[in-house]
Design a protein around this ligand. Sequence first.
Ligand code: PHE
Length: 346
Amino acid sequence: LVEAALPAIATANAAALEELRVSLLGKNGSVTNLLKSLGGMDPDARKAAGAEINRVKGQITEALTTRRAVLDEAALAAKLAAERIDVTQPPRPDPIGALHPLSRTHEELAAIFAAMGFAIAEGPDIESDWNNFSALNIPSHHPARAMMDTFYLQAAENARPPVLRTHTSPVQIRTMLEWAKTDGLGTSPVPIRIIVPGRTFRADHDATHSPMFHQCEGLVIGEGITLGHLKGCLIDFLRAYFGIPELPVRLRSSYFPFTEPSMEVDIGWNRKTGELGGGSDWLEIGGSGMVHPNVLANCGIDPRRFQGFAFGVGLERITMLKHGIADLRLFFESDVRWLRHYGVSP
Ligand code: PHE
């Protein structure tokens, strides 16, 4: 029995080994049956046979255990080999996102104006008629309302409908109202110095107009603020933003209901080469002016004591000029190739 069993055990695979164990040591196994047969022997024969059978059982058990250990070890080695990870292999590159060019402009403006002591203010996309128009000295039948291609929302009967803000100027009103209630009261109040980058809306759509676009408003209110401050601020901002130290900036007389005097803001460029800064042509990039006394009064600020200036620039417009982007619609199409080209990786 042992002579047959031991070589079989030594070469068995896992399944065969289990079969061998059952056929030898199981309930009906050959060794088990031998042990059962001891009961029918006389005491002397039983003693001798019992010792012999137990020796056989021990030998077989040991052989089974040894073989089992060898097989387990081999299985583990195979598993480790199969699941091996090459830690020296370089990782596959993960595609990383890039900042949208408008976000980049937003961040650049925030940094430039922060250096000049401006904070960032925000307001909602949906505005009251009063904040967007009336308080800004644009009365009900003023043509500026029609010019702005306003999106009107539904309103309760007899109420003026709220609007999608047509410019960031309503945040001037929100900021001045707050200031007049608190900070603007003392004997030497801290002036308002804010920029308002944000979404704006007009019902207009072509290569240079989008129904949703972005502006950045600027507002400074304090004692003794002059047009000289406005001009210096705009020149510093535009030269810093476009990275052109000598960039020509022109303020051209214009009209806005909420500023007096009002000026359009132009920068110099060369129409033939498209180069910014050089040449003798001008590009309009925004509006500006001294805050109208009516607007200050509408916000509870005494126009005899306080003066200020405001400006508004189109964010898409200055971004297109800086980076040579031809079509405004591309800003909002989420074309990954375009975003990769004009965006900045963090
Ligand atoms: N709100 C004006 C516009 O959208 C721009 C502007 C802002 C003009 C502030 C003067 C002062 O056209």
